[in-house]
Design a protein around this ligand. Structure first.
Ligand code: HEM
Length: 415
């Protein structure tokens, strides 16, 4: 399935959904109801649900829902293999976001398979590499403290709107070169696109984002700056300027991928911290272990998934999959795989180190991972230093947001 990134065409293999659309080669006993990401069983306790898959499901099964049918992987080893083996598991057409087939574009870099993929990643390596993100540390810490200054004397806040969302979203918008005062609008667009069950609403959100970003791209073409969108607009691939669909596909994917993943992660972590005062104390008493603490919290609160399309027939655990089938690694479930992480649902800050799949892995491993880790570390350090004791507001009922990025909608706190 080699594609030409300069001539985007809609993928050959359509997305299928529902019980009536199961391909004939899928064994009936492997067709199982799939609650992610909209089912009630999943939404009432997503992490319990994903951990329980290891008791209720075979390692490979065919998940059927009204949203999308696909093979599902829950073992760490299988997912790691899928993520590395791009010659079998392709990224072409693997994202769920709607597009006009007449005006098609690829989401870059996520829909480009190696070796072309690397050429796009290289453009932003200076910004997102460990060395690049470390330069942001001072500003992120300052912003975290300014946000805490606003709430500390009030003795309460709604965590998401007061801290969890503005911290990473401001950092991200500033990096991209987008106006901070449109933060709420951008977040709403991203939420509609990533969390709506209604394809109409998704399409509308996609249109709003597209119209806006096209204007920004035109502006940065005329007036370059040193921010990410401008770097993309003025970058070369194979010694040529990028085409308009390449530039657009790159900018829009960053917008989608970078906007709500960090705050969903922070929301999950703060909900857990609020309910676990002893573990908060343990963290504060062992500040040298902060990086391991961040990794362990990312493992148990992984927020998203990796999807691919088979570019040839392939057998896994004796299950015959066919070219064109979709396959999804349920990354949070893989991070609860007892064969990879003994006693997987226990948060253990001294766990033997093993690569967790919160940011997936292989060539498409998250480009924003170093930035996200830094933001989470600083958020924990500054908040626990200044607001060490806090709890959920009494009577709070936590509701998880449906969709492709898992996290509670609101986390009201008191201290
Ligand atoms: C805790 C926060 C985050 C999590 C859990 C996360 C998770 C992921 C995952 C699982 C993938 C791989 C998807 C796949 O294999 O199909 C991915 C890819 C990606 N992420 Fe993140 N992400 C986070 C934050 C960010 C941020 C802040 C940015 C941008 C500033 C970002 C940009 C990207 C990009 C560009 C890709 C595509 C990489 C490629 O295809 O080579 N992510 N992310």
């Amino acid at each position: 399935m080699a594609i030409d990134p300069t001539r985007p065409v809609a993928p050959e293999f359509p997305r299928v959904a529902g019980r009536d659309n199961v391909p004939a080669h899928v064994p009936k006993e492997l067709v199982l109801p799939y609650e992610i990401p909209f089912g009630q069983k999943f939404l009432s306790a997503p992490y319990d649900y994903m951990a329980s898959l290891h008791h209720s499901m075979p390692p490979v099964f065919y998940g059927v829902s009204d949203y999308s049918n696909a093979w599902q992987l829950i073992k760490h080893k299988d997912a790691s293999f899928m993520l590395r083996e791009s010659s079998v598991f392709s990224n072409e057409g693997a994202t769920p976001f709607p597009r006009d087939p007449e005006d098609y574009f690829y989401f870059i870099p996520i829909e480009i398979d190696p070796p072309d993929h690397r050429k796009y990643r290289e453009i932003l390596d200076p910004v997102f590499s460990p060395r690049g993100v470390v330069q942001l540390e001072k500003n992120i810490r300052k912003l975290a403290n300014e946000l805490i200054d606003e709430i500390i004397d009030k003795g309460e806040c709604e965590y998401t709107s007061a801290f969890g969302r503005p911290l990473p979203v401001y950092v991200f918008l500033d990096l991209m070169g987008l106006p901070l005062d449109k933060c709420d609008t951008f977040v709403q667009w991203a939420v509609d696109l990533l969390h709506a069950q209604d394809r109409e609403l998704m399409a509308q959100a996609m249109k709003s984002i597209s119209d806006y970003l096209k204007e920004v791209i035109a502006e940065k073409t005329d007036r370059p700056d040193d921010k990410v969108i401008s770097r993309i607009v003025h970058a070369s691939v194979d010694g040529r300027p990028m085409t308009a669909p390449e530039i657009f596909g790159f900018v829009i994917f960053l917008f989608i991928g970078g906007l709500d993943t960090v705050f969903a992660t922070l929301n999950n972590i703060w909900l857990w911290l609020a309910n676990n005062p002893d573990r908060r104390r343990e963290m504060r008493e062992d500040p040298e272990n902060i990086n391991q603490q961040v990794e362990e919290l990312l493992r148990v609160f992984s927020v998203t998934f990796s999807s691919r399309v088979l570019s040839r027939d392939y057998e896994m655990h004796g299950v015959q999959m066919k070219k064109g089938d979709r396959i999804n690694a349920i990354l949070p479930a893989c991070n609860f795989d007892p064969d990879a992480f003994p006693d997987p649902t226990t948060v253990d800050f001294n766990r033997k180190r093993k690569f967790n799949l919160a940011f997936s892995g292989g060539p498409h491993g998250c480009m924003g991972a170093h930035l996200a880790r830094l933001e989470i570390r600083i958020a924990l350090e500054e908040w626990l230093r200044r607001i060490p004791e806090f709890s959920l507001r009494p009577g709070t009922k936590i509701e998880y947001r449906p969709g492709g990025v898992i996290g509670p909608e609101f986390v009201p706190l008191v201290w």
